[in-house]
Design a protein around this ligand. Structure first.
Ligand SMILES: [Zn+2]
Length: 384
């Protein structure tokens, strides 16, 4: 009898684990995995100024290869519950569709990986030919301070060495099998601050208007592309999100003007090289104006898991189950893969992302069964 993925998913959805609450979700996973023979630990991480967060590490087997499934059991808030067709924490199934906050992001995929692991162990005498691990955090949707960053470090300090990772975030735009993520763009926020000299608007020669300079510098930064993209990445993009002077008067030339921006960048850049490039371009456009750029700290460097045997294995399995040729993509926002990549190659494949974070988040039961089959077949081919 294969494991009942729908029952596991429904039980998970009934846990109200809105970040940073554990909500019973990790306890449920711990129970399922320990009964299957996994060694399970649940480290709690804390830091002043942030809520303490529960996490989970489980492993079974010995030696290599060592595959880890990574993910999170926390969810974003449901919003106005009255707008949901089915209550967000009820785990209702209607017309072959499972409803609930986290159905696709990403308790559904966690349930699929659990069911696939139980099936694999049952078919192989209770143990993989290698090591299978789970790394689950309760702090992905929040500030991500007490989640994967600390969990990965904690595991490494205990001697855990992962060979490959599957992160079960929802990756498919429309249909299961559309897309594997093999990397992510980096993200960097900054503020261009131009300083002038305040004065009377009727006597501009006595003042130095920073609005003139900020407009010129913003235009210059938008005019020149950062790069032309790569085989696996779109061109990097600089996007201004706000231009602020905050001037309440009509007759005063302001002393300062600010322009905020975000850059999503590919692996032709690092945060360091990008900052240097932007500062040089800003200086060239400043024409003597006084300016500085305030850079915000960022933990999102661009990365790529180069196509190779592991990416091919995952892609082949997806094709064998869904009949689709999954696109290898680096699109979208950041994910915990940006932390995992420092420890081992990581690919992301999960459910269809169309309803994530929305009202009536939902997943067809057929997708849960198909994703379980995909993870199960990945285990079969990976462990040989
Ligand atoms: Zn997620």
């Amino acid at each position: 009898m294969p494991a009942d993925v729908v029952a596991i998913a429904r039980d998970l959805l009934r846990c109200p684990s809105v970040t940073p609450a554990e909500g019973g979700a990790l306890a449920l996973v711990a129970d399922i995995l320990s009964r299957a023979g996994f060694t399970v630990e649940r480290p709690v991480f804390s830091e002043p100024g942030h809520a303490a967060v529960q996490n989970l590490h489980a492993r079974i087997g010995h030696g290599g290869p060592h595959l880890v499934f990574a993910g999170h059991t926390d969810v974003v808030p449901p919003g106005d519950e009255a707008q949901w067709t089915h209550p967000p924490f009820a785990g209702d199934v209607a017309d072959g569709v499972l409803y609930g906050r986290g159905a696709v992001d990403m308790k559904g995929a966690v349930a699929c990986a659990l069911a696939a692991a139980l099936d694999h162990l049952a078919a192989n005498g209770g143990r993989p030919k290698g090591t299978l691990s789970f790394l689950l955090t309760g702090d992905e949707e929040g500030v991500a301070v007490n989640g994967s960053v600390k969990l990965l470090k904690w595991a490494a300090e205990r001697g855990e060495k992962f060979d490959h990772c599957i992160l079960g975030e929802p990756t498919n735009p429309e249909t299961l099998g559309d897309m594997i993520k093999i990397g992510r763009r980096g993200s960097q926020n900054g503020t261009l601050v131009v300083t002038g000299t305040q004065g009377h608007v009727a006597y501009p020669h006595l003042a130095d208007n920073p609005v003139r300079s900020v407009v010129r510098m913003v235009a210059a930064l938008l005019a020149e592309p950062l790069d032309a993209g790569t085989d696996h990445f779109d061109p990097s993009n600089l996007e201004f999100t706000s231009i602020d002077v905050g001037n309440k008067t009509v007759n005063v030339i302001p002393a300062e003007a600010r322009a905020r921006f975000n850059i999503r960048f590919n692996d032709l850049h690092t945060q360091g090289s990008l900052r240097a490039l932007i500062e040089a371009r800003a200086a060239a456009a400043a024409q003597g104006a006084r300016f500085r750029i305030d850079w915000e700290p960022s933990n999102a460097e661009a990365f790529l898991t180069a196509p190779g045997p592991f990416v091919t294995l995952v892609g082949d399995v997806i094709t064998s189950v869904t009949g689709r040729q999954a696109e290898l993509s680096t699109s979208g926002g950041t994910s915990d893969a940006r932390f995992i990549k420092n420890y081992c190659p990581v690919v992301e494949f999960g459910l269809v992302n169309a309803s994530m974070h929305g009202i009536d988040e939902r997943v067809p039961v057929a997708d849960l069964i198909a994703l379980t089959a995909i993870y199960r077949e990945i285990f079969v081919r990976y462990f040989g």
